[in-house]
Design a binder for this molecule. Sequence first.
Ligand code: CA
Length: 225
Amino acid sequence: MRLLLVEDDESLAAGLKQDLSRAGFAVDVAHDGIDGEFMGNEVDYDAVILDLGLPKKPGLDVLADWRKQQNTVPVIVLTARDAWNERVDGLRAGADDYLGKPFHVEELLARIDAMIRRRDGRAGGSLEIAGLVLDEERQQVTDATGTRHPLTGTEFRLLRYFMNHPDKVLSKNKLTEHVYEDDADRDSNVIEVYVRRLRDKLGNEQIRTQRGQGYVFTGNNRGSI
Ligand code: CA
């Protein structure tokens, strides 16, 4: 999953990017409101972390403009600790959640997970589909027979994206965009290697190849392993 972090404090942004990457997200960073708004409109992010005090364009205006343009990406705004009015303004402008600075990164991660779960219409806890249970904290998957498979970071990000988008044709380019951090790593042929690894663990029928188009993760593959 791909996140946009809009934060002008460069050392805070660098630290957060590292923490979020470790948690399995691909993260893009913008340091001002103009760049942030542009990126949020150009890229299909799973969630945005938006600081409100930004140079060039305030976070509230960025958020209000996204919503005016029907951009419904889940957004958590970062506010000053005791500024209740910022929280109210943020929610009114279309934020899905807020977090006062300073905060613990664990809280930010939990709130991002909750926001993405709500967007996907999931009640909570772990991600379950097709007889598979994805443990997002341990980065492992349990199959229908109860066998646990540990996943590498890339395998985890790829499988999580598949499980969040069942029965949809996903192109290699789209998968690459959501699985890799840096443009330098974005070789869409590598996706084939990781799909093969997931198939070794979960069975060939779980991820079907749609010739010339990409892959489809089967959402109702219960117990066929
Ligand atoms: Ca700021």
